[in-house]
Design a protein around this ligand. Structure first.
Ligand code: CP
Length: 320
């Protein structure tokens, strides 16, 4: 077993499975490569032939709007052939195992798998299987696994922060909400700490905070009014009801009263603070529409930058 299963023996990225353990240089290289795909107008993403002749398989075993679509757009802008496996209509429903599905798609000359799965660790399992069976040339990109990691969301969040705030080493960043069930929070925390953000705060009720947060290098707040004071960046999280076992909160309305981002609470942050959200948003639960649609929100630019960031990741992995 190599020390980091996503790096090859030369320290190059072979798979993107998690941000945890990736060196700062690798993260910065991905962000810089993404910047090279965004044209001067800032909205247009250039088409390039980096993955011409390569096949990218999108395997989304869990629902997605943003990630699946932007991976598809990104692969097409890299000139790859893109295959979106319709999981509901696939032989998974007849009991075919994940690794049998992978073997069959690899037999169709797959070059890259983009995998979203409700089970934490599923993309690691696929990468290990490919290595153990001598097919390590096939790349795996984690598009979100359970509550574990969502590395391309973490990277597009870093791209967005760098775009608006320029220097990671001068920032206070707050992540607010259901941290316990959030793969985005985990990926963001690893990226922010690695990129040198001096103060990363997490804010939420005790029932939605993981136990090891301080060890990850963050400050924990249960009072949102204290936690938001003077921050430069606010990352809001959705309540991930699909991953909750039992009632962890009195009600969505109570949650909004205690932790919803309202204009009054936003005013506690720096006047030029940006508001981010990975989506999907639940308006009136974690965020007020006046904030979500307000001038400080950069939620839709996050989605746009996701295309360039996913191009960068796939181009670095699969480009010759
Ligand atoms: N941010 C995110 O992962 O959104 P989707 O679930 O729509 O892909």
């Amino acid at each position: 077993m190599l020390p980091n299963p996503q790096l090859n023996q030369h320290g190059e990225l072979q798979h993107l499975l998690t941000i945890e353990g990736l060196p700062k240089e690798v993260l910065t290289h991905i962000l810089d490569t993404a910047a090279s795909f965004v044209s001067v107008s800032d909205r247009e993403v250039k088409k390039v032939p980096l993955l011409r002749g390569k096949s990218v398989f999108n395997l989304f075993f869990e629902n997605s709007t943003r990630t699946r679509t932007t991976f598809e757009i990104a692969a097409k802008r890299l000139s790859a052939d893109v295959i979106n496996l319709n999981i509901a209509a696939s032989s998974t429903s007849k009991g075919e195992s994940l690794l049998d599905t992978i073997d069959n798609l690899t037999a169709m000359q797959a070059d890259m798998f983009v995998v979203r799965h409700a089970q934490s660790g599923a993309p690691f399992l696929i990468a290990k299987h490919l290595r153990d069976t001598g097919r390590e040339h096939v790349h795996v990109v984690n598009a979100g696994d359970g509550r574990h990691a969502h590395p391309t969301q973490g990277l597009l969040d870093m791209y967005t922060i760098r775009h608006y705030k320029h220097d990671f080493t001068k920032l206070k960043v707050a992540i607010v909400g259901d941290v316990l069930h959030s793969r985005v929070a985990r990926s963001d925390i690893h990226a922010l700490v690695t990129l040198g953000v001096p103060e990363v705060r997490v804010i939420g009720p005790h029932t939605l905070l993981a136990s090891n947060l301080e060890q990850m290098g963050v400050r924990v707040f249960t009072d949102i009014n204290q936690g938001l004071k003077d921050v430069d960046v606010i990352i809001m999280l959705r309540l991930q009801n699909e991953r909750m076992n039992g009632a962890l909160l009195p009600s969505a309305q109570e949650y909004f009263k205690s932790y919803g981002l309202t204009p009054e609470r936003l005013a506690l942050a720096k006047p030029d603070a940006i508001v981010m959200h990975p989506g999907p948003m639940n308006r009136g639960v974690e965020i007020d529409s006046a904030v979500a649609d307000g001038s400080q929100a950069v939620i839709l630019p996050q989605v746009t930058y996701g295309i360039a960031v996913r191009m960068a990741v796939m181009g670095i992995l699969g480009g010759s």
